[in-house]
Design a protein around this ligand. Structure first.
Ligand SMILES: C[S@@+](CC[C@H](N)C(=O)[O-])C[C@H]1O[C@@H](n2cnc3c(N)ncnc32)[C@H](O)[C@@H]1O
Length: 211
């Protein structure tokens, strides 16, 4: 019987293999729709989403070495050919390597809030990141964001809302979510257990005159 089980090398994308814009068809070996999750942590959302949607390709980015390896190993154990993991700074990746009009969805769940004012510049969401992220979406493509940090959310939502190519919609719980959850990530489960308020928003890219 052929052994079609995956190895870590099938899942991990070495950062030094990136040159210019990513060729999704080459990366995944097919032309299925692509979704990106930034800051996968241990990969709970990414793995569950990839299991439910085998016809969607999922790229996860995580810069913490321990978690990125853990998430990649989970994808290997579940034998998910539609998952790739990349260890790098997601903002650099989005700005430098995401092709225009190619992503079906961008997921950002519980981005690091960097609460100290002098660290705010390290936050993922800024004008440059949002512009590149929006450019990478296909028409009707979405960005989903969930956080427990009110002041960061109050920055993220207007950044997205004032982009003329986006329309704000309601966040509907993802199909990976359990009862009372929005997404079903490890941080969400921890924060819900602590009784924290969770903030969420979804935006969709509108068609322009080129579509
Ligand atoms: C608060 S944790 C949330 C993890 C997961 N999304 C969850 O909800 O359980 C944020 C994660 O994003 C990763 N991260 C933060 N900024 C990043 C960046 N610029 N590029 C890649 N990963 C990043 C961190 O290493 C961390 O694992």
């Amino acid at each position: 019987m052929p052994d079609d089980s995956l190895t870590l090398e099938d899942i991990i994308v070495p950062v030094d293999s990136l040159h210019g814009k990513v060729d999704w068809t080459q990366l995944f070996g097919n032309d299925h729709p692509v979704e990106l999750e930034i800051g996968t942590g241990k990969g709970t959302f990414l793995i569950n989403a990839a299991r439910v949607n085998p016809q969607i390709n999922y790229l996860g980015i995580e810069w913490a070495n321990k978690y990125y390896k853990y998430a990649a190993d989970r994808a290997r154990r579940w034998n998910l050919p539609n998952v790739r993991m990349l260890r790098c700074d997601a903002r650099d990746f989005v700005i430098s390597h995401l092709p225009s009009r190619s992503l079906q969805c961008l997921h950002v769940y519980f981005p690091d809030p960097w609460p100290k004012k002098r660290h705010h510049k390290r936050r993922l969401f800024n004008n440059q990141f949002v512009a590149a992220a929006v450019d990478s979406l296909i028409p009707d493509g979405c960005i989903h964001v969930v956080t427990d940090v009110r002041d960061y959310f109050q920055l993220i939502k207007p950044l997205l809302a004032r982009c003329s190519q986006l329309q704000l919609g309601d966040f509907t719980p993802r199909e990976t979510a359990g009862l009372g959850e929005w997404v079903g990530t490890n941080f969400e489960r921890k924060y819900l257990a602590e009784g924290r308020t969770i903030y969420s928003c979804s935006v969709q890219k509108i068609h322009d005159h080129h579509d």
